[in-house]
Design a binder for this molecule. Structure first.
Ligand SMILES: Nc1ncnc2c1ncn2[C@@H]1O[C@H](COP(=O)(O)OP(=O)(O)O)[C@@H](O)[C@H]1O
Ligand SMILES: [Mg+2]
Length: 391
């Protein structure tokens, strides 16, 4: 089939042709949107967690799209290690504020702009273009302490949004890579918002790996009650089927039933694999009817793509000691979490604390996480199979 017309979109953050299995979440977000738009009232913020490649970034992008269409004040950032979150957030928010000045009465934005200006000055973020000359607000966001100043900024943002009859939306992807100080500051600010009555229409969505809830809880003791935690998981059979079938039908092609089953079995409901498999089968198939042969060859090609794109580089970056631990985890867990104590025993180590260095390093690299205390699991689905095939 013509690769130019290939509808599938494998790759980090790539919007899939259909967003399968996320209706419930989008429906809930629509309720948040309506409460904010119709009542001017906010709601409890969300933390979205899931393994790599389940669709967190795509979903964040979808929420952004909805909010931008509704003319909300929106800032979406992706945390990058070694880059300040405040800086990134301010830059993104400034872009939204420049757009808002063209659309809304500038007077209704003035006090937010002034607080924004204080925020960037006190945290020494450098000059961020707001599109207007404005003097900083005295006494707001000017302490130089991130948690205090971010709180002032979020409150000002919520108040401005309310005055404009819209909402504010802050989206932070890869939140697990933020520092503890940054996490604490966000939770402090959201805590303040949640105590306004009626709650200010500022909504926060943080997305990250499954370790995120416990990281937030470590940074602030009340984080557990502050957010609504939602897990993004793999797609069930019906949604996997839809993800593979619908985009193909829309381009006048079709899967034979047994071909579809081969593809579904290979992808295992994992959104990123579904896209790789769909793409490879489409490109390999000669005609608009995908046969079981197409599916078999396509899944093989897709597997190589996934190996190269997802696993090989991560494996290459691991040190010998880290690889030894990864191998034991793959052997013992087959994709499930394993007690570190058990890993130590399997590796013939005297005790679990011997493993604490490679364990911590692998967590820092984002390769594994602790689903519970003393347990270790992969953040990347299917990694165990790849490792078991390495010699
Ligand atoms: N709901 C979905 N249905 C089908 N494919 C999806 C869905 N969500 C994400 N994908 C695909 O999965 C891959 C990974 O998505 P991404 O959002 O980058 O995952 P994450 O941020 O969780 O690592 C992309 O190729 C994307 O097109
Ligand atoms: Mg992502």
């Amino acid at each position: 089939m013509d690769p130019v017309l290939n509808p599938f979109k494998p790759g980090a953050g790539q919007r899939p042709p259909i967003l399968a299995g996320r209706d419930a979440l989008l429906h809930d977000f629509d309720i948040v949107r309506r409460r904010i738009t119709e009542l001017g009232e906010g709601d409890r913020s969300w933390i979205l967690t899931g393994l790599r490649g389940v669709g967190k970034t795509v979903l964040i992008g979808e929420l952004e799209r909805v909010a931008v269409n509704a003319e909300w004040l929106v800032a979406k950032v992706e945390v990058r290690k070694g880059h300040g979150l405040a800086d990134e957030l301010a830059t993104r928010l400034a872009a939204s504020l420049r757009r808002a000045q063209r659309r809304f009465d500038p007077e209704k934005l003035e006090s937010l702009l002034r607080v924004f200006k204080s925020f960037t000055a006190s945290l020494k973020l450098g000059v961020i273009n707001l599109g207007v000359e404005i003097t900083p607000a005295a006494g707001y966001a000017d302490t130089g302490r991130l948690s205090t100043d971010l709180t002032d900024l979020f409150v000002a943002l919520g108040e401005a949004a309310r005055g404009l009859g819209v909402g504010g939306l802050i989206l932070v992807d890869e939140l697990q890579d933020a520092t503890a100080e940054e996490m604490a500051a966000i939770s402090t600010a959201i805590h303040q918002i949640s105590q306004t009555s009626p709650m200010l229409p500022l909504f926060f969505v943080g997305a990250g790996l499954p370790s995120l809830p416990s990281q937030l809880a470590t940074a602030n003791s009340y984080a557990e009650r502050l957010y609504q935690y939602r897990t993004l998981s793999v797609l069930d059979a019906a949604n996997s089927r839809a993800a593979l079938m619908q985009p193909v039908i829309e381009r006048d092609a079709v899967w034979d039933e047994d071909a579809l089953e081969v593809a579904m079995a290979a992808a295992n409901g994992y959104p990123y694999f579904l896209q790789e498999v769909g793409k490879a089968v489409w490109n390999f198939a000669d005609g608009p009817r995908f046969t079981v042969e197409d599916a078999k060859v396509g899944t093989e090609i897709a597997r190589e793509e996934v190996n190269a794109g997802l696993y090989q580089s991560r494996w290459d970056r691991a040190t010998p000691a880290q690889r030894e631990l990864l191998r034991a985890l793959a052997n013992k867990g087959h994709g499930e979490g394993v007690m570190v104590r058990e890993l130590a025993r399997a590796m013939k180590k005297p005790n679990a604390s011997v493993l604490s260095v490679p364990r911590d390093e692998l967590i820092k690299k984002g390769l594994v996480y602790a689903p519970e205390r003393g347990v270790l699991a992969f953040t990347v689905p299917g990694f165990h199979q790849f490792i078991l095939n390495q010699h």
